[in-house]
Design a protein around this ligand. Structure first.
Ligand code: ZN
Length: 194
């Protein structure tokens, strides 16, 4: 179920053990060929796929669309918030979920720059919650991704093979195929950033 598509009485009627999932993402440059919304669209794609598969067993919150992207601010179009503002916002959204007695929370991350502060959120909010997990998609799927990668190390890096492939699947009209640069992968980006 999608949290904000439901009514208040329906939320009130739900089993409070249902996991509640919050997608956290970013709005930032993804090279010349992918849109600024890439991380948000990929995170939402995965979250919505879970909803389609097990609609009665998951509640998906509205995504956090702007994350910690200070390291991309040299590129026009990037939006960012400070780590502290991000943590406060995410924690207060999740505390409102807790206030309605849902106590099993999943944070689904699709942006490399949110990983460090995500861990801090986990440590700060964890004691208040029955179950709280932080999942970053390319880490969760790292073994499967390594098996299907056509570009090897770096394929899951920023605006590289997997983000480009996912966007070709999710929103092909937003991918500027003519501007995709072949380039070499960088090993230090392997599983590290998005
Ligand atoms: Zn990305």
């Amino acid at each position: 179920m999608i949290w904000d598509e439901l009514t208040s009485p329906i939320i009130d009627s739900l089993d409070r053990d249902i996991p509640v999932l919050l997608p956290i993402a970013a709005t930032e440059q993804h090279g010349p060929h992918l849109p600024l919304a890439t991380d948000r669209m990929i995170g939402w794609h995965f979250a919505h796929s879970v909803h389609l598969k097990i609609p009665k067993q998951i509640l998906i919150l509205p995504p956090v669309a702007v994350g910690c992207s200070n390291h991309h601010m040299d590129f026009p179009g990037t939006l960012t918030v400070s780590h502290e503002a991000f943590a406060t916002y995410v924690e207060e959204v999740l505390e409102s979920v807790l206030a309605h007695d849902f106590n099993n929370l999943v944070i689904l991350n699709s942006h490399g720059g949110n990983q460090g502060i995500g861990q801090v959120i986990l440590e700060r909010l964890g004691p208040e919650v029955n179950h709280l997990v932080l999942v970053t998609w390319w880490k969760l799927a790292s073994e499967a991704l390594a098996k299907i990668s056509e570009t090897g190390p770096g394929g899951v890096g920023h605006a590289c093979e997997f983000e480009t492939s996912l966007m070709l699947h999710i929103a092909p009209h937003l991918v500027n195929k003519d501007l995709i640069e072949p380039g070499d992968n960088q090993k230090d980006l392997w599983l590290g950033r998005s």
